[in-house]
Write a protein that binds this ligand. Sequence first.
Ligand code: ADP
Ligand code: MG
Length: 262
Amino acid sequence: MEEQELAGGVANAGSVVRVGEQVLRPSNPQSRVIHRFLRALREEGFEGASLPVGIDESGRERLVFIEGDVAVPPYPDWAQSDAALSSIAVLMAAFHEASRAFDPSGLTWSAEMADPVGGPIVCHNDVCLENVVFREGVAVGLVDFDFAAPGRPVYDLAAFARMCVPIDDDVSAARLGWHPADRPARLRLIADAYGLDAPGRVQLGEALADSIARGGEFVRLRVEAGDPNFLAMWNDMGGMERFDRRRRWWAEHEDRFANALR
Ligand SMILES: Nc1ncnc2c1ncn2[C@@H]1O[C@H](COP(=O)(O)OP(=O)(O)O)[C@@H](O)[C@H]1O
Ligand SMILES: [Mg+2]
């Protein structure tokens, strides 16, 4: 059967293909553990994540293709809507709930995007629009669990908010096609749709500040390791200056986000 390339990612750009009802992508040392986790989500009744088929003789992982729409830059208007954003938050709440049943201890996970303080449940850690499948504007599926690792749900939410509100300076946001929006209000929408309580909102604000403070480290390490896809992205975006610009922007605006979460 013919291989059809699927666009959207950086890490495996050009190497993710659809063949019939399956997605084939490179596996990594964590793939088997991730598949165990994804199967456990199904057993909990959660159907909003990729379902693994296995790892084939060529070393590629196979997943069931999730029918629907995935937004890639420049992001279309429907993917920038408040309804789309809150539907992802609702999906993440159900995902985290199902994840609680899985014990991640004693297993090896990616450390690259993981919550630095660790945590009790396996989180996705890379919920950007490219990793969410929508149907009729509603988020129905999470894909790309390569960076899944134990952490706090608020850290997962912070990464999602950073990429999908987005919480970013105007130059970087515009590069991906984001239109101007009331971004503090969109952060609040995430907390509301997810059902975050008052202490959780404080923790979300802190996790956000932390992830912005450490922004760029993951990409820099991949560049130093010689990953050509990340090197191209790094040069394209202007290296660490892209993340420094966001840090300056955050320092000027963080009060507005904190107020929106109160
Ligand atoms: N199970 C799936 N169902 C539907 N589409 C998928 C699935 N897995 C990946 N895709 C599509 O392929 C693109 C790239 O795959 P992804 O797993 O995110 O790779 P990368 O590691 O490069 O980000 C995604 O943005 C999405 O559009
Ligand atoms: Mg991806």
